[in-house]
Design a protein around this ligand. Structure first.
Ligand code: XIL
Length: 355
């Protein structure tokens, strides 16, 4: 269907400008949704990377550049260069920036993890880190993953540097340390949206029950939390979309937003990166479609982000020791895959009647 009169259709019949065919970004704008991707600054000098990024997305997140190990080469230094580069790119292309992540047990520098700080020292370091980083990016990063992956598969608070090894002084008190850092984050930047980001707890189960209970408790007691990030690194073919919908429904009913933060759907590959089962491509497309359609059903689901956009730079290869891959909407040559088309179709259908 011809959606609107489109001069670019007349001028050029290039990929994204065939009449009626929009980009993800245009369709997401129409649906009042943010569509984002994780980015690596090293690739911002590559023409195909940059043009695809600017054309298809209205939001970016640093895949690694705002993690402790990049930002904090040593205890006394903040190195914002990579993060700033991403912010500059986003601003030049009218994109929003999500920040990721202020508190995580992983990807911390050795000077931090191996120094045997006391809990008082750690509390001081973390408070200073959150304050400095959030103030540096105030007005530029609109939403932060304040805490990442703090719960285990049973829904218990994970052992970690920040919780109990030695922790920031709230060891043994469950989510109290999460509450503390959300309060620090709110003080650092009152305008930033504060998210708790979690993996493998997107449907219904013990982990998502624990996230739900935490959000409910925080909301009741006025702890500043604005959203939940559902990572959605999908590696199994049998995704329970209905359970994800039910989880989004109950979380948004508490008054928090949902961002799908790290979507990718990895498939089994052979040693040269080829698909083991070519038909998986269609199944993958349907999973992408289902996730986007589900988000669009809930007004509180305000962003969908993939973890990278081209298979050329997906983290899945190294993470799976090259047994999985092909996870993203664009292939290694930046050609759109069926997953891209499915996302585009789902976005162009727009938001369904609000629940
Ligand atoms: C990954 C990055 O993609 C890799 O480049 C890096 O080596 C390790 O971290 N959950 C998260 C992300 O919240 O930060 C992780 O990103 C993937 C899993």
């Amino acid at each position: 269907m011809l959606k609107r009169f489109c001069w670019s259709c007349i001028l050029t019949l290039s990929f994204a400008s065939v009449c009626g065919a929009q980009t993800l970004r245009q369709e997401a704008d129409n649906a009042s949704l943010l569509v984002g991707t994780a980015v690596r600054p090293a690739q911002l000098s590559e023409t195909a990377y940059v043009s695809t990024l600017a054309r298809e997305f209205n939001m970016l997140e640093a895949e690694d550049a705002m993690k402790w190990w990049i930002l904090r080469p040593d205890a006394g230094t903040y190195d914002f260069r990579q993060g700033d580069e991403i912010v500059r790119f986003a601003q030049a292309h009218q994109m929003k920036v999500r920040g990721h992540c202020l508190v995580w047990a992983q990807y911390n520098p050795k000077w931090l993890t191996q120094a045997h700080f006391t809990d008082r020292q750690l509390a001081h370091l973390l408070h200073e880190h959150i304050t400095k980083v959030m103030k540096h990016y105030a007005g530029e990063v609109f939403a932060w993953d304040v805490v990442n992956e703090a719960l285990d598969e049973h829904g218990n608070v994970r052992d970690s540097l920040w919780y109990n090894r030695p922790g920031i002084g709230l060891q043994g008190e469950g989510t109290a340390y999460i509450e503390r850092v959300f309060r620090w984050a709110h003080r650092a930047d009152k305008h930033a949206l504060l998210f708790y980001n979690e993996a493998e707890g997107e449907g219904l189960g013990r982990k998502s029950d624990a996230v739900y209970a935490m959000v409910k408790d925080f909301k009741q007691r006025g702890v500043p939390i604005n959203g939940i990030g559902l990572q959605l690194h999908i590696s199994k073919p049998d995704v329970d979309i209905a359970a994800i919908a039910a989880n989004i429904a109950r979380l948004t009913a508490l008054g928090v937003q949902i961002h799908v933060t790290e979507l990718d759907v990895s498939l089994p590959v052979d040693s040269s990166g080829g698909l083991l089962h070519p038909d998986d491509v269609n199944r993958q497309a349907e999973i992408y479609r289902g996730i986007v359609q589900t988000c669009l059903q809930y007004p509180g689901c305000t962003a969908i982000q993939t973890w990278g956009f081209t298979d050329k730079y997906s983290w899945i290869g190294s993470f799976s020791r090259h047994t999985r891959g092909w996870a993203l909407p664009f292939d290694r040559n930046y050609d759109p895959k069926p997953a891209y088309r499915a996302v585009l179709d789902a976005l162009s259908a727009g938001r369904s009647v609000p629940r």
